[in-house]
Design a protein around this ligand. Structure first.
Ligand SMILES: Cc1cc2nc3c(=O)[nH]c(=O)nc-3n(C[C@H](O)[C@H](O)[C@H](O)COP(=O)(O)O)c2cc1C
Length: 189
C-alpha cells in the first residue's frame, strides 16, 4: 500500500480547540492554497475564494458576532452558540473558504458549490501534507443574513468552511466510520 493510500485510509481531523502553534507560515500557506485550488471545477469557473483571518480580524468578527447573537430574539441556545463563536479565537491559522457560485448558462450552482467543498477537503489534506492538523467548521452565523456584513460577504457569496489549521500535540482517536456495505451497491438493472 502506498504512503498516500495509507494516509487517505487513516486521515482524520483534529478538534480546532486542540490546535496550537505553529501554524503555517506564508510559504506553507501558499502551498496549501495551490493544493486547495487544484480541484475538479466544471467550466473552469474557480467558483471559490479564500480569506486568511488574522487574529485581530478574528477578534473583531467574534466581538461583533457575539453582540449580534445576544441582541437577537430568534436564536436558541445562545450560550452554546457563543462558545461556538469563540472557536474563532483559538487555532493559530483560520482560513475561510467562500463559495462565489453564481448563475451560469451551463454550470449549475450546485456543481459550483460541490467544487468549493472539494477545495475545502483539499485544504485539510494540504495542511496534513505539511505536517499540520486541521478542522473544517461552519457555525450558526454563516447561515444568517444579518451577519453577512460582519463576515464581509459580497451578495451571493457563501462561506463553505472555516478551516482551522495548526499543530496538535494531543493524540487523536478515530471516530466510527460508515459501514461501506450499507452505502454501496451494484445496480442490477
Ligand atoms: C461543511 C461542514 C461543516 C462542519 N461544521 C462543523 C461544526 O460546525 N462543528 C463541528 O464540530 N464539526 C463540524 N464539521 C465536522 C468536522 O469537520 C469534524 O471534524 C469531522 O466530521 C471529523 O471528520 P474527520 O473524518 O476528518 O475526522 C463540519 C464538517 C463539514 C463537512
Amino acid at each position: 500500500m502506498s504512503d498516500l493510500t495509507q494516509y487517505m485510509k487513516t486521515r482524520r481531523s483534529s478538534l480546532s480547540l486542540t490546535l496550537e502553534e505553529p501554524g503555517p507560515d506564508a510559504d506553507q500557506l501558499r502551498t496549501i492554497l495551490e493544493i486547495a485550488t487544484r480541484v475538479p471545477d466544471h467550466g473552469k469557473l474557480a467558483p471559490w475564494r479564500f480569506e486568511l483571518w488574522p487574529m485581530n480580524v478574528r477578534q473583531k468578527v467574534h466581538d461583533q458576532l457575539q453582540e449580534r447573537l445576544y441582541a437577537a430574539t430568534d436564536i436558541d441556545d445562545v450560550e452554546k452558540k457563543a462558545q461556538g463563536t469563540a472557536k474563532l479565537l483559538h487555532a493559530p491559522c483560520v482560513l475561510v473558504a467562500i463559495s462565489t457560485a453564481a448563475e451560469h448558462p451551463k454550470i449549475p450552482i450546485w456543481e459550483q458549490h460541490l467544487s468549493t467543498g472539494a477545495a475545502c477537503m483539499n485544504t485539510l489534506i494540504a495542511a496534513n501534507s505539511l505536517g499540520f492538523e486541521a478542522q473544517w467548521l461552519t457555525a450558526w452565523y454563516i447561515y444568517r443574513n444579518d451577519c453577512r456584513d460582519i463576515l464581509g460577504l459580497a451578495p451571493g457569496e457563501q462561506i463553505a468552511g472555516i478551516i482551522h489549521i495548526g499543530t496538535n500535540k494531543a493524540p487523536k482517536t478515530d471516530r466510527p466510520r460508515p459501514d461501506i456495505d450499507s452505502l454501496y451497491s451494484i445496480r442490477e438493472s
